[in-house]
Design a protein around this ligand. Structure first.
Ligand SMILES: NC(=O)c1ccc[n+]([C@@H]2O[C@H](COP(=O)([O-])OP(=O)(O)OC[C@H]3O[C@@H](n4cnc5c(N)ncnc54)[C@H](O)[C@@H]3O)[C@@H](O)[C@H]2O)c1
Ligand SMILES: [Zn+2]
Ligand SMILES: [Zn+2]
Length: 374
């Protein structure tokens, strides 16, 4: 079938993207779903920093690639062997397909699926194929989803079936920002009630971590960003203290007001500078968690002795250490009880044609989650 999709043709073009136009809206040929695959109608897709990192060259990927990975939609057709989904089901996309058989999958860590990671790196679906074509040439899939398009063919394991009574723009957020941010707090760090938490970087992932920290019963919640509007939003959503990281001495100030640092610091900016802040404001014996995905050549360093003599822990958190089939329905349930007000992350919706401008707004820090709706 013919679809309209956002395709990236060149990495690292300069901003403003409204002028350089790294993304072009193309008519692609989309194959039918094969064995173990599903055709979905995309209803909403969020603009995430991980898409931006492909566009700006921080996460180099093969091109041309159809972007987009934070999405929700409706099942249209199932391929052979898919028996547990049917047309009309509402689904959220997961950005790591999982094979169910490799060691991480068997250990209950599908976010670390080895064939899933390999397929994502190569820009294919889980079973090695590509279903997208532009003028007869194959187009790469973005993390097995490619959701900036009216339709997508994805692996069954890239989908989580969900309830039907949630608006699609809010539903889309669960696929990336929410699962990553909330998961980092409740799965990776497993914070204790009353513990002191800091979040550095208040975009979709960071504000989701903040919502997760509030719901998990964090005592003091310190929010840090460079952008005043993000700090104001964090305060509104439950941060007890806000700090502008452009101010001098804010690190000392955080250490002072927390009596020596926080129990858990979350780096949710995707920058080494933010990770350095996170490490410096973690207390002796505390844990620093990073969810950011900076350029592969950017290195974070720290005095090794602090790790030992202060019994510090540094943890990485991918897909919030989640089991998407378990956690997305859980987080949706909390949202329905007003305990995870994820709609607060929405900063407007756009059409496919406005996508380059949308990424300018994300890159400039003006927006939290802009949603493409179809
Ligand atoms: N681990 C995962 O599974 C996963 C999933 C999704 C996104 N990510 C990554 O998480 C990061 C955040 O994603 P997002 O979509 O929320 O991004 P975003 O662009 O919406 O937000 C990033 C925020 O960090 C702030 N920031 C940047 N540098 C800072 C600094 N030095 N100090 C304080 N604040 C700073 C920005 O002002 C912005 O508010 C990105 O690196 C993204 O690729 C990881
Ligand atoms: Zn994302
Ligand atoms: Zn696996």
């Amino acid at each position: 079938m013919k679809i309209r999709a956002a395709v990236l043709h060149e990495l690292g073009l300069p901003q403003p993207y409204a002028e350089s136009k790294p993304i072009k809206i193309e008519t692609l040929e989309l194959d039918s779903p094969q064995m173990g695959e599903v055709l979905i109608q995309v209803k909403a897709a969020g603009l995430c920093h991980s898409d931006l990192s492909v566009i700006n060259g921080s996460r180099p990927r093969p091109l041309p690639m159809a972007l987009g990975h934070e999405a929700a939609g409706i099942v249209v057709e199932v391929g052979e062997g898919v028996t547990d989904l049917e047309p009309g089901d509402h689904v959220v996309c997961a950005f790591v397909p999982s094979c169910g058989h490799c060691l991480p999958c068997q250990e209950g860590r599908p976010a670390l699926c080895e064939p899933g990671a390999a397929a994502n790196g190569e820009g294919t679906l889980l079973n090695d194929g590509r279903r997208l074509h532009l003028n007869g040439e194959e187009v790469y899939h973005h993390v097995g989803v490619s959701a900036f398009a009216d339709h997508a063919v994805v692996s069954r394991t890239s989908l989580i079936k969900v309830v039907k009574d949630i608006p699609f723009d809010e539903l889309a957020l669960f696929g990336c920002a929410v699962i990553t941010g909330v998961g980092a707090v409740v799965n990776t760090a497993k914070i204790e009630m009353g513990s002191t938490v800091a979040i550095i970087g208040l975009g979709g992932v960071g504000l989701s971590a903040l919502l997760g920290a509030v719901t998990a019963g964090a005592g003091r919640i310190i929010a840090v960003d460079l952008n005043e509007s993000k700090l104001a939003k964090a305060k509104e959503l439950g941060a007890t203290d806000i700090f502008d990281s452009k101010q001098p001495d804010f690190i000392e100030e955080i250490r002072r007001v927390t009596g020596g640092g926080v129990d858990y610091a979350f780096e949710t900016a995707g920058a080494v500078a933010a990770m350095e802040i996170a490490y410096k404001i973690t207390k002796r014996g505390g844990t620093t968690v990073t969810t950011g995905l900076p350029h592969p050549e950017h290195k974070f360093s720290f005095p090794q002795v602090t790790l030992t003599a202060e019994e510090r822990t540094i943890k990485g958190s991918y897909v919030g250490s989640c089991v998407p089939n378990r956690d997305i329905p859980r987080f949706i349930q909390l949202y329905k009880q007003n305990k995870l007000p994820v709609h607060e992350l929405l900063t407007g919706s756009i059409t496919l044609e406005e996508i380059n401008e949308g990424f300018d707004r994300l890159a400039n820090g003006e927006a939290t989650r802009i949603i493409l709706t179809f």
